[in-house]
Design a protein around this ligand. Structure first.
Ligand code: SF4
Length: 890
C-alpha cells in the first residue's frame, strides 16, 4: 500500500459520486461554489478520463434545490430540536412496539463511514435487522449468487481483466452508457488485441454497436441461455477437469438440473428467441477462449430469478476454471458508487458488518467487538418487504437516507401509500422537494458531494477517498454525524463517540480483521491504524489488505474459496416457464439513459446533461407501434396492474417485438406521469429480494392531445392542472413540454402563462385561430423572458434555437424578427447535443460529415471533438453517419 499527500496544486482528489466504476476526480476550487472538474489521471479506475456525468459535476454543485435546514412538519427547527424529536419518536416506538417497528432505508450514495454507523446503530444497538439499502435494487442478486458459489460476497476480478481478455461477454448491461469509462477501456483493448465482444440483451443498445455478436435474447431467457452454454461446454469437453475436481463441488447435480428438458441446440435457440447459428457461435467462442470475462449487471440482477441467473453465469466460469486469473472471470458491475462499501459494512438487511453472517459465532464476535448486548440475531426486512411492512402498519418509524424510494422502488403508488401510513418518516438528503420529501415528517439537510469526507468502494473492490473541497452550506451535516447524534440521544453515546470519518474507518478496518484469521476474505486490517494524515492521504487500494500481507487485485485464482469445504459450489439453476398475460400483452423493461443519474435530483440540474433527452419516452418496436396506430413522437399511455404512465413514443427497430423500454429517471418533480416505478410490479427474487424491474406486463395505447405546446421561461411555473407536462433545465431558465389530454384541462393559453404584461415588458404575439395556434413571447428591456408556442396539430418549431436565446442577453433586430418563427434567420436548426462531454450538437456533426466526407466515428472525433472523451455518444454519432450515407444512396 502506498500513501501520498493530497495534490499540492490546489486541486482535491476525490471520487465520482455516480456509477460503480468509481472514477477518480480532480476538483479545483474556483470562485464561489464553482469548481473545475477533471479526471484524476493517477486513479487506476479511469486514468484521467470521466464520462459526461462525471465531467459535468461542476454544473451540479451550486445552491439550487439545496435543503439547508432541518424542517419538522413544514417548520424550520434547529438540529438539537430535530435530533431530540427523532430520539423521542424512535425510542417511544421501540418501547411500545419493539425494535422491529423502526427501520432505516439507506443508499449506495452514502459513504462507507456513514453506512457503518447506520448499520451499527440499527443492528447493534436498536437491535433490529431493519436496515436495508437502495443497493438492494441494483446488485443484491449478485451478492447472493457470490455467497452461494464462493461462500462470500466477493468479486474475484479487476478492471484490468477487461484489457487482458480475448472474449468479453456483456450480459444485461448497456455498458457504453451505464459504465462508460470501463467500456472505453474495453474498446481500447479491443483495438489493441482484437478482443471479441458479445452483448446479450433483448434490445439493441448503444453497446451493441461495438459488439462482434449481439444475442437479442427473449426477455427472461438468460437463465435458459446460460444453462445451455453450461451443458454445451461440458458436452464439448471444454471443462477444466483438474480445476473442477480439485476446487469445486456439486457439478453433477447442477448439470442435471441445467439439462432438465434439454433438447437440440435448435430448440434451445428457439426457447431463447435466438438464431441457432448465433447461439452456436457464442458457445464456440466461449468454449475456445481461455481468457473470457462475463460482465453482468442490472439486466441479470433485476429479475425474479436473478440469483439463479448469476449462478448460471458463475457455473460456466467454474466449469472452465476461469475465475480470478488474468483476463478471466465472472464480473458483477455495480450500479452505484458505494454499493460495494455498503456490502462491506452490512448495509443489506441479511448481512452483519464486515461480511459476517447471522450465525451464533458471528453474532458473538460482533457483540464483543461493539460492546453490546443488544445485537439482533436475525436478518431484517429487505427493501420491498420493508415498505410493505410500513403499509401494513408494522413499521411505524423510518429514517430514509440519501435516496428517493417514492420514485425508485417498484409499485411506487403502494410505496407512497406506505409512507403516508407510516407514523414518523425522516428523510435526510442534500436536495429538497423530492417525491419522497412530500411524505417526510422531518427533513434533515445532508452534506452533498464535494462537502463530504470518507471512502467508497468500486466494483473491483477498490477503496477510494471522497474528499471535501467545498464548504457545507446552511446547516448541512454529514450523515455519520446525524446517526451518531441520534445514537447518543438514544442512550448509546459511548459506542458512537466518533470525532470524524477517519475514526469510523479505523474501527471498520479493525472489525474486518477481528478474529478473522483468514476466515473472511474481506479484511482491511492493514488500514486499522491509519493516522488522520494517513487517512487523508489514502491512495486507491483494493481489498483484501491484510496485516502483514500483500493485497490482491484478483482472488480465487489458486482455487481456494471461503466455503466450509474450501471448494466453490456449482448451484443448480432450474428454468421455470412464465405465461403471457392477455390483458397486458407487452413486456416493459426499464433502465438508464446516457446522461442522467437515478431520479435526476442532481444531474437534472446540469444544463448540459439535460440537453440530450427532453422527455420521458418509451421505445416501441415498429410493428407494435403500427398495430396500435402509434407514430414516432406521439404521446402514449402505459398501463399495468400497478398504475399508469404517459410518455413520448420512440419507434425503435432495436426493440424486440412485444418489448418496451422506458428510462427510470423521471419523477413527479419533473413530469406529470413519467415515473416508471408506478408501473413496475413488486415481484422480487425469492433469495435476494431484488425487484424484477426488467419484465412487467403492460398495455399500451395512443393518446390524442387536443393541443401541444412548449413554454420557455426564466422561472419555474406551477404545473398543477396540466394533463401532460415535463420540465428540463436550460441555460438561464426552464423548458416545459405541455399537452392537453382532454378538454377542460388547464391550458397555457387559458391560463395566460405568457401573462399580462408587467411594467417594462413587451409582448409580441402571433395567433391563428383556424389552426388553433398561438405563438407569444415576452421581452423585458430587450431580453427574452418567456415564450409560448402552442399548436392544435402538434407542429411546433425546434426548441434549441429559442432556448439558446435565453442565454443571449439583449436580442438583436434579426433575432426579434425571427423569434416567433422559432428559428434563426438562416433557418438552420441546431439539433440536440450529441456529445455532452465536448458540447457538440447534431448540426455541427452533420455539417462536418457532409463537408469532409467523414465515414466513421474516429474521423468525426478528429474533426469536431465529438466522442473523444468518454465515447458514450459514439452510437449516436454513428447513426448520423448512417443517415447521411442513406441520404446519399437514395
Ligand atoms: Fe462517474 Fe462516469 Fe466514471 Fe461512472 S464512468 S464513475 S459516472 S465518471
Amino acid at each position: 500500500m502506498t500513501k501520498s499527500a493530497p495534490t499540492k496544486t490546489g486541486s482535491t482528489k476525490t471520487t465520482c459520486p455516480y456509477c460503480g466504476v468509481g472514477c477518480g476526480v480532480s476538483a479545483q476550487r474556483a470562485t464561489g461554489r464553482q469548481a473545475v472538474i477533471a479526471g484524476d489521471d493517477t486513479h487506476p479506475a479511469n486514468y484521467g478520463r470521466l464520462c459526461s456525468k462525471g465531467s459535468m459535476l461542476g454544473e451540479t454543485i451550486g445552491m439550487e434545490k439545496r435543503l439547508l435546514h432541518p424542517v419538522h412538519r413544514g417548520k424550520r427547527i434547529g438540529w438539537c430540536e430535530a435530533l431530540d424529536e427523532m430520539a423521542r419518536r424512535f425510542s417511544d416506538t421501540i418501547e411500545r412496539h419493539g425494535p422491529d417497528a423502526v427501520a432505516f432505508y439507506v443508499s449506495g450514495q452514502l459513504l462507507t463511514e456513514d453506512y457503518y454507523v447506520a448499520n451499527k446503530l440499527m443492528k447493534g444497538f436498536i437491535g433490529s435487522g431493519n436496515i436495508d439499502t437502495n443497493s438492494r435494487l441494483c446488485m443484491s442478486s449478485a451478492v447472493a449468487g457470490h455467497k452461494r458459489a464462493f461462500g462470500e460476497d466477493v468479486v474475484p476480478g479487476c478492471y484490468e481483466d477487461f484489457e487482458e481478455a480475448d472474449l468479453v461477454v456483456l450480459v444485461g448491461s448497456n455498458t457504453a452508457w451505464c459504465h462508460p469509462i470501463l467500456y472505453r477501456r474495453l474498446l481500447e483493448a479491443k483495438e489493441k488485441r482484437g478482443t471479441r465482444i458479445v452483448v446479450i440483451d433483448p434490445r439493441r443498445t448503444a453497446t451493441c454497436d461495438d459488439a462482434d455478436l449481439h444475442l437479442a435474447v427473449s426477455p427472461g431467457a438468460d437463465l435458459a441461455l446460460f444453462n445451455t452454454l453450461f451443458c454445451e461446454l461440458h458436452a464439448r469437453g471444454a471443462a477444466d477437469t483438474a480445476f473442477v475436481s480439485a476446487h469445486t463441488e456439486g457439478l453433477d447435480d447442477a448439470l442435471a438440473m441445467a439439462a432438465t428438458g434439454r433438447g437440440s441446440l435448435a430448440s434451445a435457440a428457439g426457447a431463447c428467441g435466438l438464431d441457432e447459428n448465433d447461439l452456436e457461435t457464442f458457445i464456440r467462442w466461449f468454449a475456445e477462449t481461455e481468457r473470457t470475462v462475463t460482465l453482468f449487471s442490472q439486466g441479470i440482477n433485476q429479475s425474479e430469478k436473478g440469483v439463479d441467473q448469476v449462478n448460471a453465469i458463475i457455473n460456466c466460469h467454474l466449469l472452465t476454471g476461469r475465475v480470478g486469473r488474468p483476463g478471466m472471470g465472472p464480473f458483477s458491475m455495480t450500479g452505484q458508487p458505494n454499493a460495494m462499501g455498503g456490502r462491506e459494512v452490512g448495509g443489506l438487511a441479511g448481512q452483519l458488518a464486515a461480511h459476517l453472517e447471522f450465525s451464533g459465532e458471528a453474532c458473538d464476535l460482533l457483540s464483543r467487538f461493539w460492546g453490546t448486548d443488544r445485537l439482533t440475531t436475525k436478518p431484517g426486512r429487505k427493501a420491498v418487504d420493508m415498505f410493505d411492512a410500513m403499509a401494513d402498519g408494522k413499521i411505524k418509524a423510518v429514517w430514509i437516507m440519501a435516496t428517493n424510494p417514492a420514485v425508485s422502488l417498484p409499485d411506487s403508488n403502494r410505496v407512497r401509500a406506505a409512507l403516508e401510513r407510516c407514523e414518523f418518516v425522516v428523510l435526510s438528503d442534500c436536495v429538497e422537494g423530492t417525491d419522497t420529501a412530500i411524505y417526510a415528517d422531518m427533513l434533515l439537510p445532508a452534506a452533498a458531494w464535494g462537502e463530504k469526507n470518507g471512502t467508497v468502494t468500486n466494483s473491483e473492490r477498490r477503496i477510494s477517498r471522497q474528499r471535501a473541497f467545498l464548504d457545507r452550506p446552511g446547516e448541512a451535516r454529514p450523515d455519520w454525524w446525524m446517526v451518531s447524534e441520534l445514537a447518543r440521544r438514544m442512550g448509546f453515546a459511548d459506542a458512537f463517540s466518533y470525532d470524524g470519518p477517519a475514526d469510523i474507518f479505523r474501527e471498520h478496518a479493525a472489525l474486518s480483521a477481528f478474529e478473522n484469521n483468514g476466515s473472511r476474505v474481506f479484511d482491511i486490517g492493514a488500514l486499522a491504524g491509519l493516522s488522520e494524515e494517513d487517512y487523508d492521504a489514502l491512495q486507491p487500494v483494493q481489498w483484501p489488505i491484510r496485516r502483514n500481507a500483500a493485497g490482491s487485485a484478483r482472488l480465487f485464482g489458486l482455487g481456494e474459496f471461503p466455503t466450509a469445504t474450501g471448494r466453490a459450489k456449482f448451484v443448480g439453476t432450474p428454468v421455470s416457464a412464465s405465461s403471457p398475460d392477455r390483458n397486458f400483452p407487452l413486456v416493459l423493461n426499464s433502465g438508464r439513459i446516457r446522461d442522467q443519474w437515478h431520479t435526476m435530483t442532481r444531474t437534472g440540474l446540469s444544463v448540459t446533461l439535460s440537453a440530450n433527452e427532453l422527455e420521458p419516452f418509451v421505445e416501441i418496436h415498429p410493428d407494435d407501434a403500427r398495430a396500435r396506430n402509434i407514430g414516432d413522437g406521439h404521446l402514449v399511455r402505459l398501463e399495468t396492474e400497478q398504475g399508469q404512465a404517459v410518455a413520448r413514443a420512440r419507434i425503435a427497430p432495436g426493440q424486440r417485438r412485444g418489448s418496451l423500454f422506458m428510462p427510470i429517471h423521471w419523477s413527479d418533480m419533473n413530469s406529470a406521469a413519467g415515473a416508471v416505478g408506478r408501473l413496475v410490479h413488486p415481484l422480487t427474487d425469492p433469495v435476494s429480494g431484488q425487484p424484477a424491474f426488467k419484465n412487467t406486463n403492460v398495455r399500451l395505447g395512443p393518446l390524442e392531445p387536443v393541443w401541444h405546446a412548449f413554454f420557455l421561461t426564466r422561472t419555474e411555473i406551477a404545473t398543477a392542472g396540466f394533463g401532460y407536462w415535463t420540465r428540463r433545465r436550460i441555460e438561464a431558465g426552464y423548458l416545459y413540454e405541455l399537452a392537453g389530454l382532454s378538454d377542460g384541462e388547464r391550458s397555457p393559453e387559458m391560463d395566460a402563462l405568457a401573462g399580462p404584461p408587467l411594467e417594462g415588458d413587451e409582448v409580441i404575439e402571433m395567433r391563428d385561430d383556424t389552426l388553433g395556434s398561438l405563438r407569444t413571447a415576452r421581452l423585458n428591456q430587450g431580453r427574452l423572458m418567456s415564450c409560448l408556442m402552442l399548436s392544435g396539430n402538434g407542429r411546433l418549431p425546434s426548441r434549441d434555437w429559442l432556448a439558446g436565446l435565453f442565454a443571449s442577453g439583449v436580442l438583436d433586430d434579426e433575432m426579434r424578427r425571427a423569434l416567433l418563427s422559432g428559428q434563426s434567420a438562416s433557418g438552420k436548426p441546431q439539433g440536440p447535443v450529441v456529445c455532452a462531454c465536448m458540447g457538440v450538437r447534431a448540426d455541427t456533426i452533420v455539417d462536418a460529415i457532409a463537408e469532409h466526407a467523414l465515414t466513421n466515428v474516429k474521423e468525426v472525433g478528429e474533426c469536431t471533438g465529438a466522442g473523444t472523451n468518454c465515447g458514450s455518444c459514439r452510437a449516436d454519432i454513428r447513426k448520423l453517419i448512417d443517415e447521411r450515407q442513406r441520404e446519399e444512396a437514395a
